[in-house]
Write a protein that binds this ligand. Structure first.
Ligand SMILES: *Cc1c(COP(=O)(O)O)cnc(C)c1O
Length: 395
């Protein structure tokens, strides 16, 4: 294939994306991440970051990153098993395991890698993996790589999960895999009932806590803690790139044998560079902050309750859920995009999501509330939504 042919094929596909209104443009932020940011020279209130407790630019975390840089240097130029493991990596792995009450933890440079390197490593042809239909792309890709028999159940549908478990009977190992919080809908997986089914059918449970770690549950241990079944979950994957400081990095925590085997065989771990020292160092501080952040979690809940109530009273349809993700249902993709633009004009930064990220005809504005938002930020958002919603005939 010539270079011209490659360009021509991609040019057509890019034009298609534009024509369908699916082309993503990146707005450039001129400040650190926070409740208020500057975009194109204008200050706006940010309601689309995964910065649920506002730790992304927390002074203690920033100071720890500086200290880590000074003590342990900038980079390692090595994968973990050659010469890329510093004391701080094992410290952080220990802290995360303790935090979740698991045996051990293995760090990755992202949760995408943690999920990508999990299934094919621990499951073989004789095994079965049973996955929620709305799981994150990284779980889907991870499962694609593995040779186990694959079963998919309708989103959060326990009867359908049971059907899959019955079909998987006779397999050597059975692993149920689910997001704990679904990022586009803000709902929590029915984890206690999933654990009940797992016990009945002798299956293990793996959850991805990316949108739960740090801010859900009384101690910030995620949706599993919030739903009272943390000790019944076998394997947890999560990210350091959302609530826990928002930089980058991911992990898998669980039984010793699982973590030991991942260290021996998980490809994104074996064949990719070690986590940056300053980041690993600061993440330990972020976890320490999580232990002391009960007030921030309470503020997050209050903010979420306030904004959900305001929007519902104004007449918006907000998907029900227990997380700080508020999906405001619009329906039409073009209308959702128009609404997001009009909100930005009023200083409220949110994003409209449409097909293929969400089902056709279910376009929505996803609001992500943060503990860093003040009461005034929440009030301004509610006011702007109401004005724009009326202007566009949504409410
Ligand atoms: C964000 C996210 C990931 C990816 O995490 P990274 O550390 O950014 O790679 C994986 N799973 C879920 C459910 C997520 O929301």
């Amino acid at each position: 294939m010539s270079d011209a042919a490659l360009r021509a094929v991609l040019k057509t596909q890019l034009a298609d994306l534009q024509a369908q209104g699916l082309y993503k443009r990146e707005r450039q932020i001129e400040t650190p991440q926070g409740a208020v940011i500057r975009v194109a020279g204008r200050e706006v209130i940010n309601f689309c970051a995964n910065n649920y407790l506002g730790l992304a630019n927390n002074p203690e975390v920033v100071a720890a990153a500086h200290e880590g840089l000074k003590k342990f240097g900038y980079g390692l130029s090595s994968v973990r098993f050659i010469c890329g493991t510093q004391t701080l990596h094992r410290d952080l792995e220990g802290e995360i395991a303790k935090f979740h009450g698991k045996d051990d933890t293995i760090l990755y440079t992202s949760c995408f890698d943690a999920n990508g390197g999990l299934f094919e490593t621990i499951l073989g042809e004789q095994d079965a993996v049973i996955s929620d239909a709305l799981n994150h792309a990284s779980i889907i890709d991870g499962i694609r790589l593995c040779k186990a028999k694959r079963f998919r159940y309708q989103h959060a549908d326990l009867a359908d999960l049971e059907r899959c478990l019955k079909e998987a009977e006779g397999c050597r190992l059975k692993l149920i895999a689910t997001d704990s919080v679904f990022s586009m809908d803000g709902d929590l997986a029915p984890l206690p009932a999933i654990c009940d089914l797992a016990e009945r059918f002798g299956a293990a449970v793996m959850i991805d806590e990316c949108h739960g770690t740090g801010h859900l549950g009384a101690g910030g241990r995620g949706a599993a803690e919030a739903l009272g079944c943390l000790d019944r979950i076998d394997i947890i994957t999560s990210t350091l790139g959302k609530t826990l400081g928002g930089s980058a990095g991911g992990f898998t925590t669980g039984p010793q044998e699982v973590v030991d085997f991942l260290r021996q065989r998980s490809r994104p771990y074996l064949f990719s560079n070690a986590l940056t020292p300053s980041l690993a160092y600061a993440s330990k501080t972020a976890i320490d902050l999580i232990h002391r952040s009960g007030d921030l979690r309470a503020r997050l809940q209050e903010n979420t309750k306030q904004l959900r109530g305001d929007l519902e009273r104004a007449g918006f349809q907000v998907k029900p859920g227990q997380s700080p993700i508020l999906p405001v249902m619009i329906g039409d993709a073009a209308l959702a995009a128009k609404m997001a633009d009009a909100l930005l004009e009023r200083g409220i930064y949110v994003i409209g999501f449409s097909f293929p990220v969400v089902p056709q005809g279910q376009a929505r504005i996803r609001i992500q509330v943060s503990a860093a938002h003040t009461r005034e930020h929440i009030d301004r958002a509610a006011k702007a939504f109401t004005e724009v919603g009326r202007e566009l005939g949504i409410i």
